[in-house]
Design a protein around this ligand. Structure first.
Ligand code: FNR
Length: 382
């Protein structure tokens, strides 16, 4: 692959679409129901216009920042995404390596293909672990212990998946049940030989955080029925407090859209909250993340960092989020497309593209560092 000719995130998406089996590309790209919120996540960024400034000395610039006190090359972390290892063999390991080489955090999802221990073995730097609250609290407690043993440096607790939004394509593609070797799926695989070859090398790995760690869950089929009933609709703030105690380290609460929930998150000791609608995959009809951001920022007191994810497809979008008060951002699909397009090099390319766009956009706005950025870089009423 000539990655030099890949110049934007859309290019990575187009290549991933050609290389990744349709059922897994669709899984990444889709949103829930009518996909209104999925579309708004991207569209609402584009409505925010920058003020171009000229004749300001912008020769010395930096897009470095800190997240939870740790230095980062830019304020962008890789979001937790399930089944990352199906976009590319060893996907979680490759994405973690690309993130760490670039100098940004990687988050491993509970629903990853590679396990916590796989990442700890193959990646040197500490990573973050994302936790879903499961009905099987004993399993959840063990997951927290495993994340501690792997020296994960923060726990990302996802709060917006007590019930699951419906994605039509996953049902049609047979992804919500154990993947079925239907004729359509097999024919589709035959058009993705590179993916199949890569995958054949690592077919041992399957939902490594779960399979082999829960009695009775030994393969994809038993796993599908186990997970379907494991997301816990009874999750509440008392659980958050208990998990904070069990974990004892930095806690990031993800999936906050409402200022009242943001206040509760702060009161329950969040070190950071992520303004997120799960990438438009949960409540269709909820506001875009960037629309929800200002009211959450206004509700949160100093001491808790406010981050945003959902719809970021460029460095310009990162800059817009920072202008409206986000300390940091996370990206999901952009890095998944990079991974599907070209493995580790594709994730690196994704980060390079966003960093370059962020740096140049900062310059066009007449600023030389991110701590100079606030809403004054945007046109009023845009
Ligand atoms: C996700 N997301 C997610 N979040 C989480 O906390 N745990 C998870 O396992 C997953 N799984 C997942 C899979 C896929 C394929 C996607 C696209 C997303 C949500 C994710 O962390 C993040 O909130 C969104 O991806 C951000 O939106 P963008 O950047 O994809 O627009």
């Amino acid at each position: 692959t000539n990655l030099a000719r890949i110049t934007c995130i859309k290019d990575l998406e187009a290549l991933a679409k050609r290389r990744v089996p349709t059922m897994f590309y669709d899984y990444a790209a889709s949103g829930s129901w009518t996909e209104q919120t999925l579309r708004a996540n991207e569209a609402d960024f584009q409505r925010l216009l920058f003020r171009q400034r000229v004749a300001i000395d912008i020769a010395q610039r930096s897009i470095r920042s800190t997240l939870l006190g740790n230095p980062v090359a830019m304020p962008v972390a890789l979001a937790p995404t399930g089944l990352t290892g199906m976009q590319h063999a060893d996907g979680e390991i490759l994405a973690a390596r690309a993130a760490h080489q670039f100098g940004v955090p990687f988050t491993l999802s509970t629903m990853s293909i590679c396990s916590i221990e796989d990442i700890a073995t193959h990646v040197q730097q500490p990573f973050w672990f994302q936790l879903y609250v499961m009905r099987d609290r004993e399993f959840m407690r063990r997951l927290i212990e495993r994340a501690k043993a792997a020296q994960c440096s923060a726990l990302v607790l996802t709060l917006d998946l007590q019930v699951m939004g419906q994605r039509h394509l996953d049902i049609k593609n047979g992804l919500s049940t154990p993947p079925k070797p239907t004729l359509r799926n097999l024919l589709n695989l035959a058009t993705r030989p590179r993916w199949c070859l890569n995958m054949a090398r690592t077919s041992r790995r399957q939902f490594g955080n779960i399979v082999g760690h829960v009695t009775g869950v030994t393969d994809m089929s038993s796993l599908a029925s186990w997970t379907a009933e494991q997301f816990d609709p009874s999750l509440n703030w008392d659980d958050v407090a208990r998990i904070k105690d069990l974990w004892g380290g930095k806690l990031i609460l993800k999936g906050i859209l409402d200022p009242e929930d943001a206040e509760l998150a702060v009161r329950h000791g969040a070190d950071a909250i992520v303004v997120s609608n799960h990438g438009g995959r949960q409540l269709d009809g909820a506001p875009s993340s960037i629309q929800a951001l200002p009211s959450v920022v206004a509700a949160v007191k100093q001491g808790t960092e406010v981050w945003l994810d959902g719809g970021i497809r460029s460095g310009q979008d990162v800059l817009r989020a920072i202008a409206l008060g986000a300390r940091g951002t996370m990206i999901g699909r952009p890095f998944l497309y990079g991974l599907g397009a070209a493995g580790q090099a594709g994730v690196t390319r994704c980060l390079e593209i966003i960093a370059k766009e962020l740096d140049l956009s900062l310059a066009f706005c007449g600023k030389t560092s991110l701590d100079q950025v606030d809403s004054s870089i945007l046109l009023k009423n845009s």
